[in-house]
Design a binder for this molecule. Structure first.
Ligand SMILES: *Cc1c(COP(=O)(O)O)cnc(C)c1O
Length: 322
């Protein structure tokens, strides 16, 4: 396997903890959590693992500015802004939506990290990103384009090696459950499982896309990861497990599903989920448990991808407690 430049940023390995109370309360499979909400960079999350490879690539190419895009409350943008601050890059963020009167949560943190923010509407996002990128080139700022969600093959490498880390901790889970959106996390995991021979079923709970779109996205990314690592393996569509039953309300819309999981994890385990990603995926997991999807003897690993600052976003004020 080809070796790639990597910057050490995350606090690794992240812990795996049993969720004894939830397991007991549900009378279901044995539930565990992998704490990628504790990757250490500015409240942590899955983007930190991706940034280890993205920042290293930017440094190697002699870039001076990180530029990326996301939602107003993007966890990816918050972690990118923090990494930029740490490694001495300027940071430009193209955020979708309009400037809020009172900065909160991730957006407040973007500002603390000194990121320059450009607002745009969702439809114009990619054009605006390109425009700002070209402006930065002309201005001699030597920008490095970090893709949406950190999800290109370079970013996805973080999760190839997260699977190697998991195997070194314990390889005997039956399922991995986690929120999947731009696909980099899942693509990395799927390739990692293939390369390091992990048999665990990897089920992404879609946050915002229907099944086919997400599966195709993950497959394409996985193929790019394989190519970049110069591996001789193949990923079939049927090996990419996606459940899109919990995203019908749309991205970032708080439903009963998220409310149930956020409150259950908090009350039973003292563990925080976020309203957009992990709340949605954990809600899906609880629903699947209630429907008897897993065997009682299964060991299920909920891979916590972070996002907890979202609990304090203006849009969720007063509606998160059940
Ligand atoms: C970005 C993000 C995800 C989704 O990861 P992808 O690699 O984009 O699929 C999941 N959870 C949280 C908290 C995130 O910020």
């Amino acid at each position: 396997m080809k070796s790639l430049p990597r910057e050490q940023i995350a606090h690794l390995p992240t812990k795996i903890e049993p969720l004894k109370n939830l397991t007991e309360a549900l009378n279901g499979p044995k539930i565990y959590v992998k704490r990628d909400d504790q990757t250490g960079l500015a409240f942590g999350g899955n983007k930190t693992r991706k940034l280890e490879f993205l920042v290293a690539e930017a440094k190697k190419q002699g870039k001076r500015t990180l530029i990326t895009t996301g939602a107003l409350q993007s966890n990816h943008c918050r972690q990118t802004a923090a990494a930029a601050a740490r490694f001495g890059f300027d940071c430009i963020l193209i955020l979708t939506g309009s400037e809020p009167q009172f900065p909160s949560a991730n957006y407040l943190l973007d500002q603390l990290f000194g990121a320059e923010v450009v607002f745009t509407d969702r439809r114009k996002r990619d054009d605006r990103l390109k425009e700002e990128y070209e402006k930065a080139i002309i201005a001699g700022r030597n920008p490095y384009l970090v893709p949406y969600g950190g999800s290109n093959s370079t970013g996805a490498m973080g999760y190839v090696f997260a699977i190697q880390e998991l195997i070194s901790q314990s390889g005997d889970f039956d399922w991995i459950i986690f929120p999947s959106s731009s696909g980099g996390t899942q693509a990395g995991m799927v390739v990692g499982a293939k390369v390091f021979d992990l048999q665990t079923k990897i089920l992404g709970i879609s946050v915002d896309e229907d099944e086919e779109v997400l599966r195709d996205r993950v497959k394409l990314l996985a193929e790019e990861v394989i190519h970049q690592l110069e591996l001789n393996v193949e990923i079939k569509s049927c090996e990419i497990l996606v459940n899109a039953a919990y995203c019908l309300a749309g991205y970032g819309v708080l439903t009963k599903n998220e409310l149930i999981s956020i409150n259950a994890f908090a009350k039973e385990e003292g563990l925080l989920l976020d309203p957009v990603y992990t709340g949605r995926a954990a809600g899906g997991m609880l629903d699947l448990i209630n429907k008897g999807f897993f065997k009682r003897t299964d060991k299920v690993l909920f891979w916590h991808t972070g996002g907890t600052p979202g609990l304090f976003a203006e849009q969720f004020r007063g509606i998160i407690r059940e």
